[in-house]
Write a protein that binds this ligand. Structure first.
Ligand code: NAD
Length: 415
């Protein structure tokens, strides 16, 4: 991450001395969370909140419950949120929280106690205009509901804007379940318009038909694209005539195992979408899926990253070396629909207003389209500024995010 920042500072032509000012977290909070377990004994859990940077607004980022979290990983994730929120062009800094726990080993009551205990420990440091947490790995709307309830009790008033990712009944975003996948589809459509003459009839392959992948496929098909391949952990389906994305995305059996889809060719190989004849590839499963060894077999000219970090840097470099390749639209831009959806949830809570699903979707779409245009302009600008370098769309996105943080620090008189 430090190297990414150094490179971004260089591409944006900013002073190198700002590296540490941006890289180091503003505040690290480490807490103990005692929980009375069902067996009557007290267990003490370790929790963190890294408040990385607040020059653009209050800290914002998820809370992860995982047995292997460390302060170091939390710090790296918090820095990632600072960049992601800056690029998303929403008034947030970056933060991330974690509790070292295997939540699957807890009873529902123990999980609730732990969630409420985390909020009690952090209460002085978080809140709607200070730090707004959200779900991340192994945390969900149910846990956010407990957390917002605990925060409100301590504050002595109802504070729905203290957490995002709540159930819609408690002021949550009614489009949250598909915000990230929808955003990926909006960005893919915008990129297809710029590079390939539009989305209509374009063949799309989706690697990882989970939350992000299935909704990206669904919305892309609504936008006129033809989904030709999908995969998940069990295998793949390929149908050059088009997969019915609605049928697939709304069928629990297909979501469990894509091979349950009634038509098309079925494979046990999970990588089929990477190699089929497609115009757009959406990797939406895990990190490091597109490796240099796989690049020669990839036919798509446009890659839109739904997952975090699916393209290995060397593979990305090789893709750009191909004469006919358009771009890898990076995760930091393409999958920002979730955090922008969180921002819209916070805005409606702050205003005691309830947006309809259509209103959220339309605002989300317009923010994402605007961000896409701004990144394209920045990409052109940074390429012109660095003629000796191969500046990718990812490099431009990071450099733009860093440039915004730098400008805010300068305006505040911090540098
Ligand atoms: P998910 O668990 O709902 O879906 C992941 C899918 O990938 C599953 O269908 C799984 O079977 C499939 N998969 C796993 N390994 C595979 C393999 N080797 N080959 C093919 N398919 C495989 O998770 P998700 O929430 O959709 O997240 C997917 C990615 O998107 C992750 O990288 C996540 O960090 C990122 N992301 C998610 C969100 C969000 O709002 N959900 C937001 C930003 C980024």
């Amino acid at each position: 991450m430090s190297q990414v920042l150094r490179e971004s500072i260089s591409i944006a032509g900013l002073p190198t001395e700002i590296h540490d000012m941006i890289f180091k977290p503003e505040r690290i909070i480490s807490v103990k969370i005692p929980v009375r377990m069902d067996n009557g004994k007290i267990a003490v859990f370790e929790g963190y909140r890294v408040q990385h940077n607040s020059v653009l607004g209050p800290y914002k980022g998820g809370i992860r419950f995982h047995p292997e979290v460390t302060l170091e990983t939390d710090m790296a994730l918090a820095f990632g949120m600072t960049l992601k929120n800056s690029l998303a062009n929403i008034p947030y800094g970056g933060g991330k929280g974690a509790v070292k726990v295997d939540p699957f080993k807890l009873s529902e009551r123990e999980l609730e106690e732990l969630s409420r205990g985390y909020v009690r420990a952090l209460f002085p440091f978080i809140g709607p205009d200070k730090d707004i947490p959200a779900p991340d790995v192994n945390t969900n709307p149910r846990i956010m509901a407990w957390m917002v309830d605990e925060y409100s009790k301590l504050a002595g008033k109802n504070v729905p804007a203290s957490f995002t990712g709540k159930p819609p009944e408690l002021g949550g975003n009614p489009a949250r379940i598909y915000s990230t996948g929808f955003g990926v589809a909006v960005i893919a459509k915008a990129a297809a318009e710029v590079f390939a003459g539009g989305i209509e009839g374009k063949r799309v392959a989706v690697h990882g038909f989970g939350n992000v992948g299935s909704y990206a496929a669904l919305w892309l098909s609504k936008f006129g694209a033809k989904v030709v391949a999908i995969s998940n952990i069990f295998g793949s389906v390929y149908d050059p005539d088009g997969i019915d994305a609605e049928l697939a995305a709304e069928n629990p059996e297909v979501l469990k195992d894509v091979r349950a889809y009634p038509k098309g060719q079925k494979f046990n190989d999970t990588d089929v979408p990477l190699y089929v004849d497609a115009d757009i590839l959406v990797p939406a499963s895990l990190e490091n899926v597109i490796t240099p060894e796989k690049v020669p077999r990839i036919k798509a000219k446009l890659i839109v990253e739904g997952a975090n970090g699916p393209t290995v840097p060397e593979a990305e470099r090789q893709l750009y070396m191909r004469k006919d390749f358009y771009a890898v639209v990076p995760d930091i831009l393409a999958n920002s629909g979730g955090v922008i959806g969180s921002y819209l949830e916070w805005v409606q809570n702050l205003n005691w207003y309830k947006m309809s699903e259509e209103e959220v979707r339309s605002k989300l779409e317009s923010i994402m389209l605007n961000n896409y245009k701004i990144v394209m302009d920045a990409w052109k600008r940074f390429r012109e500024k660095n003629p000796e370098k191969m500046v990718t769309m990812r490099d431009a996105s990071f450099a733009l995010a860093v440039e915004r943080i730098y400008e805010a620090m300068k305006l505040r008189g911090l540098i």
